[in-house]
Design a protein around this ligand. Structure first.
Ligand code: FMN
Length: 204
């Protein structure tokens, strides 16, 4: 099984990427058969959507092909998003404009929101409300909000607040078990059901 982890912050460095790397290490350590692919949006590696994407622009095709391959061969996703002014960063919303149901459709995804303070609820609500309609990504009911992120999941234990750090490590570990369960359960479903309908390419 393969899980793709998208780090949605385009700051470099970012706390979201720190959390994403912790998630990748946890998946690899606790799920021996698991393959991972981590894609950070640091420094905005993807141009903004433009009309030529729908006109088979060869530059878009070349740029997106390796990413589409990675996403299409994934069985589930972890979407790590910081809260920026109460929102999901524009680069992550752009990601959802560039990829579609053939890469993301009917695959489970765990949302992990990140805040330096007590925020993090808004990006969870935003992703659940508006990032899935046409690509049909399936957000699982469990999600993680890493608050006061600078105090947890650091490599040096001296930088961590002991209780909070232990709590997030345990909770992330359990949420990944749940995600892996959904990924395994939905794989045969995708093989069995006619998921792509010529007349219903987009969600309502
Ligand atoms: C442009 C910008 C806006 C931000 N707005 C919020 C916010 O609305 N709520 C919040 O809890 N944190 C906010 N933060 C702080 C982030 O929570 C903090 O930077 C955290 O480390 C996650 O972002 P990062 O992954 O880019 O590091 C903001 C940060 C930036 C750069």
């Amino acid at each position: 099984m393969k899980i793709a982890i998208i780090s949605g912050s385009h700051r470099n460095p970012s706390q979201s990427e720190k959390v994403a790397r912790h998630i990748e290490r946890t998946l690899l350590a606790e799920h021996p058969d698991m393959e991972t692919w981590l894609y950070p949006l640091a420094d905005n590696p993807l141009p903004l959507w433009d009309q030529t994407l729908w006109e088979d622009n060869p530059e878009w095709i070349t740029r997106l092909a390796p990413l589409k391959e990675q996403l299409a061969t994934s069985d589930g996703f972890v979407i790590v998003t910081p809260e920026w002014h109460g929102q999901v960063p524009a680069g992550l919303k752009n990601f959802f404009l560039l990829f579609n149901r053939y890469q993301l459709g009917h695959k489970p995804a765990l949302i992990v929101a990140v805040s330096s303070g007590d925020g993090g609820a808004y990006p969870v609500a935003e992703l659940r409300m508006s990032s899935y309609k046409n690509n049909r990504i399936c957000y699982i009911p469990e999600h993680i909000i890493v608050r006061k992120v600078e105090k947890v999941l650091n490599a040096d234990p001296a930088d961590n607040e002991t209780g909070a750090d232990a709590y997030y490590r345990e909770r992330i570990s359990w949420a990944l078990v749940v995600l892996a369960g959904y990924a395994e359960a939905l794989k045969p479903m995708r093989d069995k059901v006619r998921l792509h309908h010529d007349r219903f390419g987009n969600g309502m």
